[in-house]
Design a protein around this ligand. Sequence first.
Ligand SMILES: [Zn+2]
Length: 268
Amino acid sequence: MRYIDHHAHMVSRTTDDYHQMALTGCVAVTEPAFWPGWDRLSAAGFEDYFRHITDFEPKRAAKYGIQHYCWLCLNPKEGEDRELAREVLARIPRYLECPTVLGLGEIGVNRVTRNEVETFHDHVALALEHNQLILIHTPHLEDKWKGTRVIIEALLQRSELKPGRVLIDHAEEHTIEMILENGFWTGLTLYPQTKVSLSRAADMIEMYGSERICVASACDWGASLPLAVPEFVLEMRRRGHSEALIDKVVYQNTVEFLGQSPNFRLQG
Ligand SMILES: [Zn+2]
């Protein structure tokens, strides 16, 4: 088994988690910038966070033979504060120079407010200006369908944007079709309690096939499993799926999407 977890908030995880991920075949993780569970008060707080995920975390992962990449942004929740957004966005271009940064993410919307949507547009503009890949967070629970719709409509307004350079994450049964049919990549992120379970993710692969779909753990500071991807592999094997299909959705697809960034250089 080999896999890449494209959605792992490793700043919230222990070195034991890296160890277990390495033992189960994880070769690389990508860490989207996100909400730490509490609101930061200043752009300087983000600056330290960006240093954390571009410098410290790759070194910590390397001790376990795992490559660590990241995505930068001001997250959808804090994007409500337009002044803070302006200050944080101004600081991002400097960090795009770091060798392990893959693009802008996870940008998106949370409660789908006007301010959040404006901040989302600013991030997309920044990504296009710097020719960066985009990783998108879609809201959970009752805002999922509406938020995904708003995001897709905003992206389709930009004729210069190539859908194949965007991954719209946290897809569910009622949003996966609209994501895929518009040419975007999508992510199925696995959770132990709420949101997408192992079996729902396997069901979606069975229903929608394996093209442009990547499976990840979305492990963070909340209830989540850093080993969700190997658990998903076991679920797929239990159902009798081929190793080739499993490898495609936990490794090869992810390599294909991330490989569009010149900074993604898989070793071995
Ligand atoms: Zn996340």
